[in-house]
Design a protein. Structure first.
Length: 146
């Protein structure tokens, strides 16, 4: 199981939002684009941030960060259209179908991305059979961060 940050519970303890990062985040918030974007760090890593400045991915190279950004935004679109009605915007909703829907938020802390990808191939209430491998990967990337 990956380490988690005690203050916020994220899976990225080194990138949590403690007081030392608040000035940087405020500057980013004021200058951030209107959509998700990539932020290069001085240590050579790249962060994929959403509109609310939540870290969605950490990438080792600029090209990987660009691919991760595209996968995350594609996955978000798929999740919004196919999954959010039952699981809710953040994956925590249990109210659909009299509470018979399992929450999917936090799956990225319990399963690897490959395991999440495998779960998109299982039959379920929503047929994901029309999604090709690239779209399934994008959905797994997005769900891993819920």
């Amino acid at each position: 199981m990956p380490p988690t940050c005690p203050p916020c519970g994220s899976g990225l303890p080194a990138l949590c939002y403690p007081a030392r990062l608040k000035p940087l985040l405020l500057a980013l918030l004021l200058a951030a684009p209107s959509g998700p974007f990539v932020l290069p760090l001085s240590n050579g890593l790249y962060l994929v941030l959403d509109e609310t400045l939540h870290v969605r991915r950490v990438s080792p190279t600029a090209s990987q960060a660009s691919a991760d950004l595209k996968a995350w935004t594609t996955g978000r679109d798929i999740y919004t259209s196919l999954c959010s009605r039952c699981h809710g915007a953040d994956g925590s909703d249990r109210s659909y179908a009299s509470g018979n829907v399992k929450p999917i938020n936090g799956l990225g802390r319990r399963y690897s991305e490959d395991e999440l990808l495998e779960r998109t191939e299982r039959p379920g209430t929503v047929d994901l059979g029309n999604l090709d491998a690239r779209l399934r990967h994008a959905l797994a990337v997005y769900v891993s961060g819920l």
